[in-house]
Write a protein that binds this ligand. Structure first.
Ligand SMILES: [Zn+2]
Length: 289
């Protein structure tokens, strides 16, 4: 919400404070400084909020099918237990799950709750993109970035797999973001991608040579190409540090639950996605400069 515009929620309240230096103009754009209402009347924000439940639903299909090598386009949604094709009434994001109490209406088998969580998280991701961004372009690219991270994070958490389609889309989105007016340029994005993927590839090779087994999946290498395209080369150390911290936290939690240290499979892709989301939002909002 630029200085000089009228807040739709408190139109009598002047927004001129946004330009008199009392606070950061970038932060002021997060909401109306007078009534703290979010810029939900922005057409891009409205669009993102409207499509986010459907995006969450589609992400759930991708996460469910891509790691199994199944087609995500030609086959309609179906129940995993009885194979019944789902009808339009079964496919309304969140509402269908709530209406059916999380069970298939034909065979009564339980629908995995992560489907519901993913749909809710996709709406939350759109909300974060709207709150954090000061331009429509940033809002869009932030939402796409967070949605892709969400799909990748859940996929790694559930299946320990990072589908190529999602990592490829992440890489392509990173290049598009870099080409924007606020972007760092394609050269920096490519450099970030090359350094991110290259360093992880070297780590993977060294670990295998030393331990005789795979320690870092090829999916993580591809993921780092996409994340590196978004962060550029200079934020890579912060990204990996954040991912390592989340990975260690995960390992510590699993250890407390009885897993042997050093023998656990840690969804490092999920940890990296979480770190990337926090890093990106920190940069976009100006919290981290
Ligand atoms: Zn069923």
């Amino acid at each position: 919400m630029a200085a000089g515009t009228v807040c739709p929620f408190s139109p009598y309240a002047s927004l001129s404070r946004a330009s008199n230096g009392q606070y950061s103009p970038k932060r002021a754009k997060l909401s109306c400084p007078n009534c703290l209402s979010l810029p939900v009347t922005d057409p891009t924000a409205l669009f993102l909020l409207l499509v986010s439940p459907a995006i969450g639903s589609f992400l759930a299909v991708l996460v469910d099918r891509l790691p199994r090598g199944e087609n995500v386009v030609s086959r309609r949604s179906f129940c995993r237990s009885c194979g019944t094709q789902l009808h339009i009434g079964d496919l309304v994001p969140i509402l269908s799950f709530a209406w059916s109490k999380g069970r298939c209406r034909r065979c009564d088998s339980r629908i995995p709750p992560w489907v519901l969580y993913l749909e809710i998280a996709a709406i939350a991701a759109a909300g974060f993109a709207i709150i954090a961004s000061d331009t429509a372009a940033t809002m869009l690219i932030t939402a796409v970035f967070l949605w892709l991270l969400l799909g990748l994070a859940v996929s790694d958490l559930l299946w320990m797999r990072l589908p190529d389609l999602l990592t490829a889309l992440l890489f392509a989105s990173g290049l598009i973001a870099a080409m924007g007016s606020d972007g760092s340029g394609v050269e920096m994005a490519l450099l970030g991608a090359a350094l991110g993927a290259g360093s992880f590839l070297v780590l993977r090779i060294i670990y295998r040579a030393l331990r005789g087994r795979e320690g870092l999946g090829l999916g993580d290498v591809k993921l780092m190409a996409g994340l590196g395209a978004f962060t550029g080369p200079f934020d890579l150390p912060l990204l990996v540090l954040g991912g390592a911290i989340f990975g260690i936290l995960w390992g510590a939690i699993r250890h407390r639950r009885g897993d042997t240290l050093g023998q656990q499979s840690i969804p490092f892709g999920t940890a990296l996605c979480l770190a990337a989301a926090l890093l990106w939002l920190s940069r976009v909002t100006g919290l981290l400069n």
